[in-house]
Ligand binder design. Structure first.
Ligand code: THU
Length: 133
């Protein structure tokens, strides 16, 4: 069965991850509301806290290309537990997405482990609207 191209993009991004310290590779691919796709992988660093998550890479690629609104995100991690975005990435995603954004978490083979939303992962969130005057 053909797989969702967004899942394929997340798996391809995962294959490029740089994770020599945790050995936990992650790939993400997001689709914007205007239909463009951007992907990212985690990039670790010998100074551990300087590593960046896959979600951050995909967001940076989107912003560089002029994208501003995320409709859907696929996260591909390893293991059998869903690789849910970390707390910091939930907030980073919130900047460019509303509560309805779909977050689809898959395993290394692209099989769905969890389908959720930003509202579920980050309830009562603080976003750009809170700063509107
Ligand atoms: N990581 C991500 O890139 N995205 C997630 O959603 C969770 C965790 C990365 C950070 C670090 O490089 C590795 O996974 C282990 O925490």
């Amino acid at each position: 069965m053909p797989q969702d191209p967004l899942i394929d993009a997340a798996l391809a991004a995962r294959s490029m991850a740089y994770a020599p310290y945790s050995r936990f590779t992650v790939g993400t691919a997001l689709r914007t509301t205007d239909g463009a796709t951007y992907a990212g992988c985690n990039v670790e660093n010998a100074a551990y806290p300087e590593g960046t998550c896959a979600e951050a890479g995909a967001i940076a690629a989107m912003v560089l290309a002029g994208g501003r609104r995320i409709a859907e995100l696929v996260v591909a991690g390893g293991g059998s537990a869903p690789c849910a975005p970390c707390g910091g990435c939930r907030q980073k995603l919130r900047e460019f997405a509303g509560p309805e954004m779909v977050i689809h978490i898959v395993d290394a083979a692209g099989q769905t482990l969890l389908r959720t939303s930003l509202a579920e992962l980050l309830p009562h969130s603080f976003g750009p609207d809170n700063l509107a005057r």
